[in-house]
Ligand binder design. Structure first.
Ligand SMILES: *[C@@H]1O[C@H](CO)[C@@H](O)[C@H](O)[C@H]1NC(C)=O
Ligand SMILES: *[C@@H]1O[C@H](CO)[C@@H](O)[C@H](O)[C@H]1NC(C)=O
Ligand SMILES: *[C@@H]1O[C@H](CO)[C@@H](O)[C@H](O)[C@H]1NC(C)=O
Ligand SMILES: *[C@@H]1O[C@H](CO)[C@@H](O)[C@H](O)[C@H]1NC(C)=O
Ligand SMILES: *[C@@H]1O[C@H](CO)[C@@H](O)[C@H](O)[C@H]1NC(C)=O
Length: 319
């Protein structure tokens, strides 16, 4: 016992400085919306741009696999070689086809899965569209019909699908009401049949920064953290699923100066954490970025309340 105490005293003396610098999302007692519950207290990190590649359809998002990246616009996708940026194949749906508003994509085992919606039309509908990345032929579609909003991103993590159905404060041309309201944006978890099994909203201090638009991109890093974007800001936000309740936890902000919201995709094909890919709509460029790795994993369950014994009970009216 004495040895144990001596050891932990020595450890806290030796590592005291390190402990004090543990970023908010690595603290086992972390429980707020951000570090201490206030916007701006989340961990702040800077990403750096590795390269920018001109691509005429870098307008909605980007997907990436071991040897290629895919620049994605409303109804076109161009496959490029990663090693020399050369475009090799394009799928083109045209303005009069059934695919009108792709928002990004993710490549899983040779299939490009892309979130699709009829944004900005009413009623709001969404689908997942699928391409064989070898041939770039469209090979499948899963329609959600009218369901929670416009699907803006989609990714797989630990065997489940995740994605966001976005809603917007913006009143669209020819419409009289806001397009669903930004606060109704929901992140969902889906099973392998794209059936929604759980869902969450974003914290108000985060979605207020997306207004009048919404969460646009999302991708899981190999570090296990979910990274999302807004519509315009040059940043990605690191997000954790809460241990209780329905509000996601905003744990870190990564500044990414050469993108402005929109679709993002982690390159999970290599060793290490890989690079994050995004786009700049203004310059029609795909951007490859290095992002500092997170110092801990997202999986520790956060404490929800505490259990009190006799004579410790708290009268809630005193809180
Ligand atoms: C990120 O960049 C900003 C502006 O250049 C700088 O003030 C800040 O110290 C940097 N943060 C880190 C963690 O490097
Ligand atoms: C893509 O679709 C959106 C929504 O309809 C539209 O505002 C935008 O102009 C389109 N972009 C291009 C490049 O066609
Ligand atoms: C890129 O990869 C292709 C296909 O493997 C190859 O033909 C080409 O020489 C490579 N280019 C560079 C710059 O490595
Ligand atoms: C990947 O796709 C191939 C062929 O489409 C299939 O045989 C294989 O089981 C798939 N692997 C995974 C991990 O889904
Ligand atoms: C949240 O964590 C802080 C320490 O970071 C702790 O003091 C507080 O009691 C926790 N609140 C809840 C509701 O668990």
């Amino acid at each position: 016992m004495y040895r144990l105490i001596a050891c932990s005293l020595l450890a806290s003396w030796l590592f005291g400085i390190t402990v004090a610098q543990v970023p908010p999302h690595c603290q086992p007692s972390f429980n707020g919306t951000v570090g201490n519950g206030k916007a701006g207290s989340e961990q702040r990190l800077n990403g750096t741009t590795i390269r920018k590649i001109k691509a005429p359809d870098a307008n909605q998002g980007v997907a990436v696999d071991a040897e290629h990246f895919y620049s994605i616009d409303n109804f076109s996708i161009t496959k490029h070689r990663k090693n020399n940026s050369a475009p090799v194949l394009q799928w083109y749906g045209g303005a009069n086809g059934p695919i009108i508003h792709l928002d990004g994509g993710v490549v899983i085992n040779g299939t490009l899965f892309a979130p699709h919606s009829n944004y900005p039309m009413a009623p709001i509908t969404s689908s997942v569209e699928m391409w064989d990345v070898k041939t770039m032929q469209h090979i499948g579609s899963h329609s959600f019909g009218i369901n929670r909003g416009s699907m803006t991103w989609l990714d797989q993590h630990n065997g489940n699908w995740y994605g966001t159905f976005a809603n917007y404060d913006r009143v669209q041309p020819g419409q009289t009401q806001p397009y669903g309201l930004t606060m109704n944006t929901q992140m969902v978890q889906m099973n392998d049949k794209f059936e929604i099994v759980r869902s969450w909203i974003f914290p108000a201090i985060l979605y207020n920064t997306f207004k009048p638009m919404s969460n646009s991109g999302g991708s899981f890093g190999k570090d296990g953290w979910l990274y999302i974007t807004g519509h315009d800001a040059s940043a990605a936000y690191v997000i954790k699923v809460p241990s209780a309740g329905s509000v996601l936890i905003w744990v870190a902000t990564i500044s990414l100066p050469d993108i402005a919201g929109q679709g993002i995709a982690w390159d999970r094909s290599g060793t290490g954490n890989g690079n994050l890919w995004g786009i700049s709509r203004d310059s029609l460029e795909v951007v490859e970025m290095r992002v500092p790795t997170q110092a801990c994993g997202p999986d520790a369950a956060l404490p929800v309340g505490r259990v009190l014994g006799p004579r410790q009970f708290i009268d809630p009216s005193s809180d």
